[in-house]
Design a protein around this ligand. Structure first.
Ligand SMILES: [Fe+2]
Ligand SMILES: [Fe+2]
Length: 276
């Protein structure tokens, strides 16, 4: 292509980009608020359930995680009840939620309650299932190492080892069921290919089983917390001990977020989609 026509094309391209940017700026004020403005105006009240707040309020799950509010398996409780369970004053949690809204960034404010279901499924698998599959063997090796050195003085580490091993086995089977049975069905619905024949009748059946298994996983996480007094490091803890507790805390936070996305967003939306 002659040089002049390339330059011309580039100039036209730049001009088009400029026009698009101006149009975007003009339309942005009207289009963007679909997610961000809607969320900003959501009232935060104690009468709402934890699930509603976790879905509607930007950064709510981060706040809940930090303050020990159960937002995944206990999402059906009112905020007041959940604060009482976590022994946190309601005012403190409300204040933190309001601050969370103010500091929400576009990255953390992705609105999965309106994103296509297929995208949400891909996000769960790519982000959270992959994380579990990578972390389980690493953590099992780390637990074995710390147990070998410290279990003599800290027998609770053996409890952690047993609980984590049971959790790992349950999760391996659970993720496989989601990836091979439930999620393909949800993606098929999401792609507008209808519900088609399934081996489980309605989607509510596998969802009920998945939610029961989530409850079981949540209990295993609580068991490890109880055994370690909320992952408090003893005086004689070595570097690996600290690394293990940090990794277990991260694993717990990731699993909470993972279960929140499924219990509070994906599953209700899949049930609704099938109904329609
Ligand atoms: Fe999952
Ligand atoms: Fe799950």
């Amino acid at each position: 292509m002659p040089r002049r026509s390339v330059e011309k094309l580039l100039a036209e391209n730049l001009e088009a980009k400029k026009i698009l940017a101006e149009l975007g700026a003009l339309l942005g004020a009207a289009a963007q608020p679909e997610t961000s403005q809607r969320k900003e105006t959501m009232p935060i009240t104690v009468a709402k359930t934890v699930r509603e707040l976790a879905v509607e309020v930007p950064n709510a799950t981060r706040v809940f995680e930090k303050l020990g509010i159960d937002y995944c398996c206990g999402g059906h409780k009112s905020l007041e009840e959940a604060c009482s369970d976590a022994k946190r004053p309601v005012d403190e949690v409300l204040r933190a939620l309001e601050q969370g809204v103010d500091t929400a960034s576009p990255q953390t404010a992705r609105d999965w309650s309106t994103a296509p279901l297929g995208e949400l499924v891909d996000h769960i698998v790519n982000q959270h299932h992959t994380y579990v599959k990578n972390e389980v063997p690493r953590l099992q090796a780390l637990i074995a190492k710390v147990v070998g050195v410290h279990a003599k003085n800290h027998p609770e580490l053996e409890q952690v080892q047993v609980a984590f091993s049971e959790l790992a086995n349950e999760l391996a089977a659970h993720l496989m069921k989601e990836e091979q049975i439930l999620f393909p069905y949800v993606k098929q619905m999401s792609a507008g290919k209808g519900c088609g024949p399934s081996c489980f009748g309605t989607v509510q059946n596998p969802i009920r089983v998945m939610m029961m298994e989530h409850d079981g996983a949540g209990e295993k996480l609580r068991e490890m917390r109880r055994a370690t007094h909320d992952y408090a490091l003893p005086q004689d803890a070595c570097f690996s001990y600290g690394t293990l507790f940090n990794a277990l805390l991260e694993f717990e936070a990731d699993l909470h977020q993972h279960i929140h996305l499924e219990n509070n967003i994906l599953f209700p939306r899949a049930i609704e989609r099938e109904r329609r």
